[in-house]
Design a protein around this ligand. Sequence first.
Ligand SMILES: C[S@@+](CC[C@H](N)C(=O)[O-])C[C@H]1O[C@@H](n2cnc3c(N)ncnc32)[C@H](O)[C@@H]1O
Length: 241
Amino acid sequence: MTVLNDNLPISKSDSWRMFDDISPRYDFLNRLLSFGLDAFWRRQLVRFLPAQHNQKLLDLATGTADVPLTLVRHHKNIEYAVGIDLADKMLSIGQAKVTRAKLEDKITLNHGDARQTNFNADVFNVVTMAFGIRNVEDPLQVLREMRRVLKPQGRTLILEFSLPENKILRAGHLFYLRSVVPAIGGLISGHGAAYRYLNQTIEHFPCGAAFCAIMEDAGFRNPTAHPLMGGIATIYAGEKG
Ligand SMILES: C[S@@+](CC[C@H](N)C(=O)[O-])C[C@H]1O[C@@H](n2cnc3c(N)ncnc32)[C@H](O)[C@@H]1O
């Protein structure tokens, strides 16, 4: 199930190269362009973690490791977290953050592809992915991989940008995405295409019920969508039946 996006300035299969290019400014621009909300949204994932002890967590497209750092800091029941990404420069920045936080015993970062990981089936209690599923050509393939590596009854949590349903909020948000984000993001990162890619991929990505239907196709039971801040971002949760 490929999400078509014909006029993207960068192809989704090469998006990791773009993230390597912008890696020195990635965290700073995330905080700036979202007014700090990206960190708040990642923290909301904690509410959806299962309560059981000794959870093994996998974070796909982990980038600079903000998801494993946030979840390990705010949820005492995570035994360990593994983060994988294709962009080695993003991972190096993430590794420095993990070391600074003295969490090397709990968080491991590895080079790896979300479309086909090298983990055995039925290993993890939780598999997460934040702002990553929009960057792969075939979300269904990644969702199937998430389901494969989850233990039975394991949970997947996906955080992704979405578009508000309220027409006024949506119009204001689209203006911000189309005009402000490429201008500021391009200026500070020196990579204008990356921030045009951002708004175009957000606008074309299936969100809400449409994404839940893809999760169901991948075999997740009762997928649910939880809009944040009027639907600017959404957390999707689903369980392996
Ligand atoms: C917007 S960043 C999100 C990073 C991080 N999850 C966060 O919350 O900030 C998207 C990440 O997806 C990674 N990525 C893109 N395609 C991938 C793939 N097939 N496998 C693993 N990572 C991928 C990129 O390298 C990039 O680090």
